[in-house]
Ligand binder design. Structure first.
Ligand code: NAD
Ligand code: ZN
Length: 357
């Protein structure tokens, strides 16, 4: 086992991450050490690195919470995993397992939880430590790269769709076709729902159509919301807002059907106006949704193992993390980028860019 590893470290909010050598972490008695094979880059990692949210991570920290890898060392009390197991690590690093929320299958709401890549170090590194009880086992036929985005984007989209309470045959609108949204379209189709996809970038709308969306609408068109209401015969039964845009949150209340449910999942900092009259008279439900439980995650992985959903991924070396984060901020990433901490040097894309400069 090496003593040091490469990691991408946030040392200052809003500044590029530093690729540096740091000690390989030691697993505690109920933890495992995992060799990272792939780690997806979620927009949450960007919010974390920019210090966007009211509760900020302590500096320095290593982001990354879509980790797929292999167990390489066990803490002394770990009996549910073996060295060599193919596993995933999600945002929910751990929870207390004893509070009202943990006891009722809502461990994602535990007030004592820790979060991978936020309150404890994550997977933008060659190794990560995880709590054994919260590690997901990866299905045998799912490769590490395509598995990684299921650990956050997939499970969050899947759980959020369940939270819309939309039934097969009904309409859901997926607002934002990024990492989360492109998975949401596929889960929704697999769940028998009809899908209206909304984004502001033509290539995202094209991806939405290729992934099976029944309707793809540019949010910047002046008649965007009216078009969705008309096409869905009175509004979508459920709306899942993954867009990193406050206007998209306000628009969700215009496209939801009477008695429908809007599920907020995207986390742009700030607030948006809620028209009280509409919510009351249309009997709307507005709710948040945060990642998914361990059970939701197993279900989300199972959809991927059966080939019902497939993350669109581009794999690049860990050293390119700052370019990936800049592209994510600019809205230029389709699907998900997955970091490979074992790859050396630059990918073909970055080599081309460097040569052109
Ligand atoms: P992403 O950057 O991959 O995707 C965001 C998408 O929103 C992009 O395709 C962008 O073009 C689109 N968009 C921008 N403005 C829009 C508008 N006005 N209307 C419609 N679409 C618009 O990001 P992601 O990784 O999918 O994450 C999305 C958000 O979800 C982030 O804020 C992230 O922090 C949050 N998140 C929440 C949870 C949770 O559990 N609630 C989990 C993971 C991520
Ligand atoms: Zn995430």
């Amino acid at each position: 086992m090496p003593e040091t590893m490469h990691a991408a470290v946030v040392e200052e909010f809003g500044r590029p991450l530093l690729i540096k050598s740091v000690p390989v972490p030691e697993p505690d008695h109920d933890e495992v050490l995992i060799r990272v094979v792939a780690c997806g880059v979620c927009h949450t990692d960007l919010h974390a690195a920019d210090g966007d949210w009211p509760v900020k991570p302590h500096l320095p920290f290593i982001p990354g919470h879509e980790v797929a890898g292999v167990v390489s060392r066990l803490g002394r009390d770990v009996d549910n995993l073996h060295v060599g197991d193919r596993v995933g690590v999600a945002w929910l690093h751990d929870a207390c397992l004893a509070c009202e929320y943990c006891e009722t299958g809502w461990e994602t709401l535990c007030e004592h939880q820790h979060n991978t890549g936020y309150s404890c170090d994550g997977g933008f590194a060659q190794y990560v430590v995880a709590r054994a009880q919260f590690v997901a086992k990866l299905p045998d036929n799912l490769d590490f790269g395509p598995a990684a985005p299921i650990l956050c984007a997939g499970v969050t989209a899947y759980k959020g769709l369940k939270e819309t309470e939309a039934r097969p045959g009904q309409w859901v609108a997926v607002s934002g076709v990024g990492g989360l949204g492109h998975m949401a379209i596929q889960y929704a189709k697999a769940m028998g729902l009809r899908v209206a996809a909304i984004d502001v970038a033509p290539e995202k709308l094209e991806l939405a159509t290729n992934l099976g969306a029944d309707l793809a609408v540019d949010a910047h068109m002046p008649d965007a919301t009216a078009k969705i209401v008309a096409a869905t015969g009175g509004g979508a039964h459920g709306v899942l807002v993954t867009a990193v845009s406050r206007p998209a949150f306000a628009a969700s209340l215009e496209i939801v059907r009477r008695r429908g449910t809007v599920v907020l999942v995207g986390l742009p900092p700030g607030e948006f106006p809620v028209p009280i009259f509409d919510v009351v008279l249309k009997r709307l439900t507005l709710r948040g949704s945060i990642v998914g439980t361990r059970r939701d995650l197993d279900e989300a992985l199972d959809f991927a193992a059966r080939g019902d959903v497939k993350a669109e991924i581009a794999t690049v070396p860990l050293a390119e993390v700052n370019r990936v984060l800049a592209d994510l901020k600019a809205g230029h990433i389709s699907g998900r980028v997955v970091l490979d901490p074992t790859a050396q040097g630059l990918s073909g894309h970055a080599r081309k860019e460097a040569a052109a400069a």
